[in-house]
Design a protein. Structure first.
Length: 186
């Protein structure tokens, strides 16, 4: 066997192996509204979202969702203001404070808690304007598609993991969920 044939054979085997690996890691596209919501939920309950949507008044920190240092709370009467450390853009060094203009937690009157919910209960909260920031489903979609805080999750700065779906995959799931009537999983 010539050297060229061996090299070409190895290249084909490598490409086939890569193709099989990529195919085996591909996600199954949601088909039902419930499946679409579960995909959305995987993002909402990831650290990038949940850390600023905690059960209590203090944000969480890092991929392990640990209590935030610096005595930060929604009130911040006794602690530091968020913008003491969080600037208009991410810090450049590993695990430095993330940033978006106006960095803050959701307001105490509408804390939008994601932590501790079941997928069903978080879904119900998202659909309820009295608990979701007075948003209709189209307004909720717009928020998820364009809000700088939401978009930050896919550019969180050095040392932070990304949500489990790309932003395009999230929006595809949101569109399907809304088109199917925004059902909540059991």
């Amino acid at each position: 066997m010539s050297r060229d044939i061996k090299i070409k054979g190895a290249a084909v085997a490598l490409l086939l192996g890569v193709g099989l690996t990529v195919a085996s890691e591909a996600r199954t596209e949601p088909r039902t509204g419930e499946e679409a919501y579960l995909a959305i939920n995987s993002v909402l309950q990831s650290p990038r979202c949940m850390n600023c949507h905690p059960m209590g008044n203090a944000p969480l920190n890092g991929d392990d969702s640990l209590a935030h240092r610096m005595n930060i709370s929604r009130a911040s009467l006794k602690g530091l203001q968020c913008n003491t450390c969080h600037r208009n853009e991410n810090g450049k060094t590993l695990h430095s404070p993330p940033g978006v203009p106006g960095w803050r937690l959701p307001d105490p009157e509408m804390p939008l808690v994601f932590q501790g919910h079941t997928p069903h209960s978080l879904c119900e909260q998202l659909k309820d304007p009295k608990r979701n920031g007075n948003r209709t489903l189209p307004a909720l979609r717009e928020h998820m598609d364009h809000d700088p805080f939401v978009m930050w999750a896919w550019n969180p700065g050095p040392g932070r993991t990304l949500p489990p779906l790309s932003h395009a995959e999230l929006m595809s799931a949101v569109d399907l969920w809304i088109a199917k009537g925004a059902p909540c999983p059991n």
